[in-house]
Design a protein around this ligand. Structure first.
Ligand code: GLU
Ligand code: ZN
Length: 314
């Protein structure tokens, strides 16, 4: 078993797990849940769950409930009421107003096809066209381009200049608030200090950091966990048949998640209760021991007690 972490706890730590209810939890999302939970709890912090159901086109009925029941089966209890993005439209509208008052928003009438034809990165075509904002997609004038930031696990992260400077969407043409906007509005509103999530969000983080700046708010610390992949470049997802994790037999997957996060549990750990397994993990977890790679390939043996991981270098 690994030794107890020596780093001093962070004060007033507030972390969160923010699943999109597009299906049941699979091993990849369990890693994000357990990783954010252990990081919070090993810092005597508060751990929140936020259901990211803003993109109603991707929401699967019953998935949010199923995710919460699964978290409970894994002993991952949240500390405050669960927040649902679909119930927070006022907060997002308020955030847009704030940006609008700074004259940083413009309506864009370009189609995805047009932008793709111009190379895929938006070049600010509508910035000075003064389209009406009514029923339009909205973009934020990028004044705080972030090309580089420091991640607690992945180290120095670099973002392409074009992408960093893009006036990105904060409201979609179908009227839905965009992910970048709501995630930052929520993280500010919930006073999140640490964000531990999958490395598939390394690039969007640069935009989120720029939005924190724009809203005059200190950004949280970011720690991007290696992404669980089926093969290099392909994250576990419903599309590649990552199975939903078992609710009736949580211990093997929990043990695998501990290993994935750089803990060294002995196989006998599964003889303990879920609660005791988690408290062992809280005592032994250290962010320093999380593999500093962007992806880890999962073998076929998932959900058995002998999961094998192949590490893939960045
Ligand atoms: N809802 C996002 C997802 O499921 C995660 C967003 C976040 O952690 O910031 O991929
Ligand atoms: Zn446009």
């Amino acid at each position: 078993m690994s030794t107890t972490a020596v780093t001093a706890p962070v004060r007033n730590y507030r972390g969160r797990f923010a699943p999109s209810p597009s299906g049941p939890l699979h091993f990849g999302s369990l890693v994000a849940a357990v990783g954010s939970y252990l990081d919070a709890k090993s810092n005597q912090g508060t751990w929140l769950v936020r259901i990211e159901d803003i993109d109603t086109t991707r929401v699967v009925e019953g998935a949010a409930k199923d995710i919460l029941t699964t978290l409970e089966a894994y002993g991952l209890y949240w500390d405050e009421d669960v927040v649902y993005q679909t119930q927070r439209h006022d907060l997002y509208a308020h955030t847009i107003n704030n940006l609008n008052n700074q004259q940083l928003i413009y309506a864009c009438h370009c189609s995805r096809k047009q932008i793709k034809a111009l190379g895929g990165i938006y070049q600010g075509h509508c910035r000075h066209l003064n389209h009406s904002q009514h029923h339009s997609a909205l973009r934020l004038i990028q004044q705080h381009a972030i090309c580089q930031y420091r991640d607690l696990i992945q180290g120095e992260v670099h973002i392409g200049q074009d992408l960093a400077h893009e006036d990105y969407l904060i409201k979609r043409s179908d009227g839905l608030f965009a992910y970048q906007l709501v995630v930052v509005a929520d993280d500010i509103d919930q006073a999140i200090t640490h964000i531990v999530r999958g490395a598939d969000l390394l690039e969007p983080t640069a935009r989120q950091l720029s939005l924190f700046n724009q809203l005059n708010h200190t950004a949280p610390q970011y720690a991007h966990l290696p992404l669980a992949v089926a093969k290099p470049g392909f994250k576990l997802s419903k599309q590649n048949y990552a199975p939903a994790i078992a609710k009736d037999n949580p211990k093997p997957a929990l043990l695998s998640a501990f290993e994935f996060l750089g803990l060294a549990p002995s196989p006998e750990l599964v003889e303990l209760s879920i609660e005791k397994m988690l408290s062992w993990a809280i005592d032994n977890y250290s962010l320093q021991n999380v593999p500093k790679v962007a992806e880890i390939q999962i073998s076929q043996k998932l959900n058995s007690q002998a999961t094998l991981f192949t590490q893939i270098n960045k």
